[in-house]
Design a binder for this molecule. Sequence first.
Ligand code: BTN
Length: 236
Amino acid sequence: MKILTYEKIDSTNDEAKRLAKQGVPEWTVVVADRQTKGRGRLGRRWHSDSGGLYLSVILRPPLRTGELFPLTLLMAVATVRTIRGLFNLEAMVKWPNDIVFGGKKLGGVLVETDRQAVIAGIGLNVNNDHFPEEIQKETISLKTILGSKSDPGKIVEVFVQEAKKLYQHFLKKGSDLLIEEWQLFSDLSHPWVKVSTPAKTYEGRILRLGSKGELIIKIADGKIKKFYSGEVTKVR
Ligand code: BTN
């Protein structure tokens, strides 16, 4: 495994894609202290000031496109394991790709594919604690929680160990254990949610995750519906 570190990059996911094109091995990891074009889910901007952790892993899983979604959950579980293990903090996951603490967003996962590889990008608010006004209320960093700075290098080291273990198990045995652990890390104390998709918003109760990582909801009229993407908010 090789870790390439940059003080500044456009996006670690973009750099990982460029490296993948050159044929670098699996588990090459790109880490930056800041990004000028950090990307979030749904084409959103990922605020990427210095002090945050911006990391991308190059993978070449023997999977079809439709089988890749559990990798997002896998990266979230590896991140939560890392935070819990290193800092003893109750970090949680929020479907589909958020890392949260006390209901606030601590990080996120963005898995992208191109012909050469699958790129798993993770953004984690570590020592950065200034966020734009519009996301300030719902965002938090490790520095704010802990009251002191953390070593991003150590976080990367433990994260890669955890992600590798989960990945090897997932490829050999499938997603069952991963989905189970993800559910243990998810806050289902208020399982009534709204799921917004571009077409429609549904309201119902979260039942569980399916084996592909899809969210299974019992919607108000009693029907069971599976979601492969969407925005989830608690309703009561
Ligand atoms: C999200 O919650 O919307 C996902 C955010 C993912 C951000 C990370 S930071 C490292 C990698 N490079 C990017 O441009 N995005 C991901």
